[in-house]
Write a protein that binds this ligand. Structure first.
Ligand code: TRP
Length: 333
């Protein structure tokens, strides 16, 4: 009854090393969805080209991200794990959708405004049309749900607008997807500027913990994490963003409730608390790092995973692309 299951699609750009935020906020939740849903998880390598990449680094990050997906518990039999550029239908549908996406709506995207401010010397057309390619990623698979962080919600909304516009013109073609924001652990903030999301593009390397980072580096970053001056471990994101972020990370890593954490550290200084959070994260990530390293030594296996993922994804994508080409009037080859 494969087809009775709702379908999920999500992806992360292999533009750098994966972070603790991408694990707790995304990949860990993805793994939990694979029994209930028909899941497609991709590596959005085409999207990374909107910002200059070092070619050899992009290849290294891509392979590492395939290994990390598996090490995080995404079983390649139960989930379709694939690399976006290996399924040409993404670029093909992306072009068609470019022609059904308005200049005005793309100009209003907050990510475009942010990224063009950060890359003022390279405001390329891809950066601008990025949301149409992302819409193609989602619509090709007729996805019901798209797990994303808050920062990507606007992209799922424009995807729905594009799909509705197309369906309005040509009749039912695309399933209209819903964003799916997991209830817990969705937002890990920077350790040094806790009002911002933990991000691999953070200028301060101390703010971001990487999934494959060495234990001593992880412990050092938590030791230096920003807190506040009232020496009390209490969950209050408004007034105590640093401590609350650490509590969220600790809760996600240890399975403990906020109340239990407050009790555990009542009367202790932040030093003990930060040490405990760092240690919990080290233990959480240790098996993932070891498994990723083991998998990276087996290139033939990784290749077999992404090749079979691309084949499975291509079959699903080809059906939608053929429908779209026909509807818009392209002559069948
Ligand atoms: N834009 C997403 C990000 O930067 C990555 C992405 C590309 C994506 N295509 C997608 C996410 C499709 C969900 C669905 O995080």
């Amino acid at each position: 009854m494969e087809n009775a299951k709702k379908r999920i699609l999500s992806g992360i750009q292999p533009s750098g090393d994966l972070t603790l935020g991408s694990y707790l906020g995304a990949i860990r939740n993805w793994a939990a969805l694979s029994d209930e849903y028909d899941c497609y998880y991709m590596l959005a390598d085409l999207h990374t080209l909107t910002v200059r990449q070092v070619p050899a680094e992009l290849r290294r990050h891509t392979l590492m991200q395939v290994a990390a997906y598996i090490a995080c518990g995404l079983d390649p039999e139960k989930n379709v794990l694939f690399i976006q550029s290996h399924v040409p239908a993404h670029a093909q549908l992306g072009w068609v959708l470019d022609c059904y996406t308005m200049f005005g709506e793309l100009s209003r995207m907050t990510q475009f405004k942010d990224k063009s401010a950060k890359n003022a010397d390279n405001i390329n057309a891809g950066l601008f049309t990025y949301p149409a390619l992302m819409a193609a990623d989602i619509l090709l698979y007729q996805a019901d749900l798209v797990p994303v962080g808050h920062d990507q919600k606007q992209h799922v909304e424009i995807c729905r607008d594009i799909a509705n516009r197309f369906n309005g013109l040509y009749g039912d073609t695309f399933k209209i997807p819903e964003p799916y924001i997991p209830p817990v652990g969705a937002r890990v903030m920077s350790l040094t500027s806790p009002e911002n999301k933990m991000s691999k593009s953070d200028k301060d390397p101390g703010g971001c913990v990487y999934m494959l980072e060495k234990p001593e580096d992880i412990l050092r970053k938590f030791k230096k994490a920003v807190t506040d001056s009232d020496a009390c471990v209490r969950f209050d994101p408004e007034n105590k963003p640093g401590v609350s972020n650490l509590m969220q990370i600790y809760a996600a890593a240890s399975g403990r409730s906020f109340a239990a954490i407050e009790a555990e550290f009542s009367g202790c200084g932040y030093g003990d608390f930060k040490k405990a959070v760092g240690e919990a994260v080290v233990e959480l990530l240790r098996p993932i790092r070891e498994e990723t390293e083991r998998l990276l030594a087996d290139k033939a296996y990784l290749e077999s995973v992404y090749r079979s993922g691309a084949e499975r994804a291509s079959r699903a994508a080809a059906r939608t692309l053929a429908k779209v080409y026909k509807k818009v009037g392209l002559l069948a080859p």
